[in-house]
Design a protein around this ligand. Structure first.
Ligand SMILES: Nc1nc2c(c(=O)[nH]1)N[C@H]1C(S)=C(S)[C@@H](COP(=O)(O)OP(=O)(O)OC[C@H]3O[C@@H](n4cnc5c(=O)[nH]c(N)nc54)[C@H](O)[C@@H]3O)O[C@H]1N2
Ligand SMILES: Nc1nc2c(c(=O)[nH]1)N[C@H]1C(S)=C(S)[C@@H](COP(=O)(O)OP(=O)(O)OC[C@H]3O[C@@H](n4cnc5c(=O)[nH]c(N)nc54)[C@H](O)[C@@H]3O)O[C@H]1N2
Ligand code: SF4
Ligand SMILES: [Mo]
Length: 706
């Protein structure tokens, strides 16, 4: 008999509502849930991959222990015993900091990992915490901390009510939006009066936009400063309602001097005239917003660029205004909770041992992970936990990391797959996967274009011998840190209880008394509840002292001279950027046949001029070389990419020996992070610079001859 279940897709930030039909323990269909208040029936082709992951014969269901190149299945108690001993040994022999942790991207989509994983990894007390943050949104979080006083206070474009959407370094038509939960973002963008895309590639988003400007990778901060310069020079600054709560305006005026668009155009590649026009239009449009995403973060000036995006919205009166950049009112609100401990985040309170990269939010930049393992001396990392991450494919110079992993004393991976990273572990602990878990968007509800709340029970009952991520973590916590009463109490509760408490304490909870939102009310609304459009939240929501927005934090002002030097610097002839694809999700969804079938997608986009100059034809294989490595990749010649720039998607490279990914290994591709450079980071934040890596491209023929 068929049963129908309502859930959410947890693969990307869009969090689309899904309706799953199950017959005889098999998923027979996954469709968009028309009654979901946010996604209203939309899903992308990836949603069906949730079923593929669930039924995947390669998916691990039992812990694996490695003996040399052999993997042996083992019982959970035996695996826990081994892992606890391994982790304890590292800590006892070399100290807490010798044990490192990498938390990967799916952690943010996992209720159990947010409620149990994060606290456990922090409780280990190691300085060597790493996560996907430092290959992603760290610059946005730093701006939130420095300007609004809390690292989670990242404003969201009020997409559905804006008239002018300026998009830098994001491709929502493919990524489905990021730090902007907006399912069916393409339809939403089509309803915006004007969309402007600024990107080194004429992207799918540019394809539905009104205007597209090519920009040289890594130069957004210059462009944004030029926009700001025009606002000041032409007297267009208008900070509106927030004026009494803003500090640092005069400093900004000083900073902008010397960055007129005519001064920066030669470096950014964006002609001065459209920059002037855009500044004027931003100032003149009551409902407008500048949005920057991963392309402006993972570059040499990511910190400055992310800061300037917020600054521009503030200077044009679009911060905390409908149609502008707004703050959400999530049903579970972490901000007052962490406010109780006075901890909105931290920056640069310590530095990494080898290179001195700054801490952020209690974590170090993952670009430093390999060197912290392979550089001898006191304080060296000896043990590693990876949880929901595949850093071999997703962090800069993954090849070096891969070599370093083999030098560890002990490594454990909490992951459902034997892949490029987990194959280096001593033990793999496989958790349940998405359809076997309950779900609530604790993290992403903070960044949704409408306030919504939705709880979903699991679609499938887990097998008798399967463990949830949170149970695995809790067991390790008890065994490694000692199982005191608090741990046992917490363990008895489970993520649902934490959620329940969060809902009660939240803005829609107890305070609304009889109509309050509780887990019980959410269980009665399986499609989710709409909590309305975004509302003005400032100054009340500010976590800074004095409740002001700091427009010109010291850290940024000190970094501007570094940017100014770029105006005089020689430029590499060819630089690399990344690319996301609709049927791919970072490094781990390539084992789904229906997503990878068709022509190979791991290709290098090259402009016709660059291809001609190197004698490379469309469809040929070429060699891409950088300071850190080289790969061989099929070339796609297209004028959709800017001359002097090439684009390669990341997350491929599944040819490595010993991975247990039957489908993915047949569609292996190459890893972009075999040529990115762990030494190339945003010096301010330590965020990896994936955009703008200097590369050389040579025909494969030439290489084979030499
Ligand atoms: N060159 C280049 N590199 C990049 C980027 C880029 O644009 N260019 N983008 C960066 C960005 S933005 C990100 S977020 C990172 C992502 O990189 P990572 O943080 O490494 O995340 P994924 O590649 O998604 O790998 C996820 C891992 O988690 C496992 N997994 C999936 N679901 C679960 C689960 O529920 N529980 C557990 N325990 N495991 C699970 C998968 O099997 C896989 O091993 O990559 C970054 N790397
Ligand atoms: N289908 C799919 N969806 C995804 C993911 C996925 O892997 N696949 N990953 C998810 C994750 S982890 C994230 S973080 C989000 C990211 O969401 P987005 O930020 O929308 O992701 P991208 O598509 O990588 O868009 C980055 C854009 O920046 C451009 N770019 C590169 N360098 C520069 C530069 O220097 N300046 C400017 N202005 N632009 C530049 C690139 O050409 C690209 O178009 O997507 C999420 N959604
Ligand atoms: S856009 Fe696709 S992958 Fe993202 S949540 Fe929706 S269905 Fe899932
Ligand atoms: Mo990401």
């Amino acid at each position: 008999m068929a049963t129908t279940h309502h859930h959410s897709c947890t693969l990307c930030e869009a969090t689309c509502g899904i309706t799953v039909t199950v017959e005889d323990d098999r998923v027979t269909s996954i469709r968009g849930d028309k009654a979901d208040p946010l996604s209203q029936g939309y899903v992308c082709p990836k949603a069906t991959a949730l079923a593929d992951v669930h039924h995947d014969p390669d998916r691990l269901r039992t812990p694996l222990v490695r003996f040399g190149d052999e993997w042996v299945e083992t019982s959970w108690p035996a695996a826990f015993e081994l892992v606890a001993a391994g982790l304890r040994d590292v800590r006892e022999q070399h100290g807490k900091d010798a044990l490192a942790v990498y938390q990967g991207n799916p952690s943010a989509h996992n209720l159990g990992l947010i409620t149990y994983g994060q606290p456990f990894f922090r409780a280990l007390g190691t300085r060597n915490l790493f996560s996907a943050t430092s290959v992603d949104q760290l610059p946005h979080m730093l701006a939130a901390l420095e300007m609004f006083g809390h690292q989670l206070l990242m404003p969201v474009p009020d997409l559905d009510r804006t008239d002018l959407f300026v998009c830098l370094g994001g491709n929502p038509a493919v990524s489905n939006g990021s730090i902007m939960t907006a399912p069916n973002v393409k339809a939403r963008l089509k309803s915006v009066r004007k969309v402007v895309v600024i990107d080194p590639r004429r992207t799918e988003t540019a394809g539905i936009a009104d205007e597209h400007l090519f920009i040289r990778p890594g130069t957004d901060a210059l462009l944004l400063l030029s926009l700001m310069e025009v606002l000041f020079a032409e007297n267009l600054v208008c900070t509106g309602r927030l004026t009494p709560h803003l500090v640092g305006l005069d400093l900004l005026r000083e900073v902008a001097k010397g960055f007129a668009p005519e001064r920066t155009e030669a470096v950014t590649g964006v002609p001065a005239e459209p920059v002037r026009a855009l500044a004027r239009e931003l100032a003149a449009t009551p409902r407008a917003v500048v949005y920057g995403r991963v392309g402006i973060c993972t570059q040499e000036f990511g910190g400055l660029a992310a800061w300037l995006v917020v600054v521009l919205n503030a200077l044009t009166g679009h911060l905390d205004e409908p149609g502008g950049a707004m703050f959400t009112t999530p049903a579970v609100d972490a901000i007052p909770l962490s406010g109780l401990t006075g901890h909105g985040g931290s920056f640069d309170t310590y530095r990494s041992r080898v290179r001195g990269l700054p801490e952020f939010g209690g974590e170090l930049p993952v670009a430093a992970l390999a060197e912290e393992i392979d550089t001898p001396g006191g304080g060296r990392i000896r043990g590693l936990i990876t949880s929901a991450g595949n850093p071999v494919l997703s962090t800069p110079n993954g090849a070096r990391l891969e070599r370093a992993l083999d030098g560890l004393d002990f490594m454990v991976s909490i992951d459902p797959y034997l892949n490029e990273t987990t194959r280096h572990a001593d033990v793999i602990l496989p958790p349940t996967v998405h359809l076997e878990r309950s779900h609530y968007e604790l993290a992403l509800a903070n960044y949704s274009v409408r306030n919504v709340a939705k709880y979903s029970p699991p679609v499938f009952r887990r097998g008798p011998d399967q463990r949830h991520d949170w149970e695995i973590v809790l067991e390790l916590a008890t065994r490694v840190l000692g199982g005191g009463a608090p741990a046992r109490l917490l363990g008895g509760l489970g993520p649902e209880a934490v959620l329940e408490l969060g809902l009660l304490a939240g803005p829609h909870g107890l305070r609304k008394l009889h109509k309050g939102l509780t887990l019980r009310t959410l269980r009665r609304e399986p499609h989710g509840v709409d909590l309305g459009p975004l509302e003005r939240r400032l100054p009340g929501r500010l976590a800074t002292r004095g409740r002001t927005v700091n427009l010109a934090p010291r850290a940024y002002l000190n970094d501007v001279p570094r940017l100014r030097r770029v105006l005089k610097r020689d430029r590499a002839a060819l630089v690399l950027i990344g690319r996301r694809q609709l049927r791919s999700n970072n490094s781990w969804l390539h084992n789904s046949e229906r997503l990878v079938k068709g022509k190979p997608r791991c290709t290098l986009l090259v402009h016709p001029d660059d291809a001609r100059a190197r004698g490379i034809a469309d469809g040929e294989s070429a060699r891409l070389t950088s300071a850190s490595g080289e790969i061989e990749v099929p070339v796609e010649v297209t004028d959709a990419i800017m001359p002097g720039v090439v684009s390669l998607p990341h997350g491929w490279g599944h040819h490595r020996d010993g991975v247990r990914l039957g489908v993915a290994s047949r569609h292996a591709g190459v890893s972009a992070n075999d040529v990115t450079d762990e030494g190339f980071v945003d010096a301010l934040t330590g965020t990896a610079a994936f955009s703008g890596v200097a590369v050389e491209l040579t025909p494969e023929r030439e290489f084979s001859r030499s």
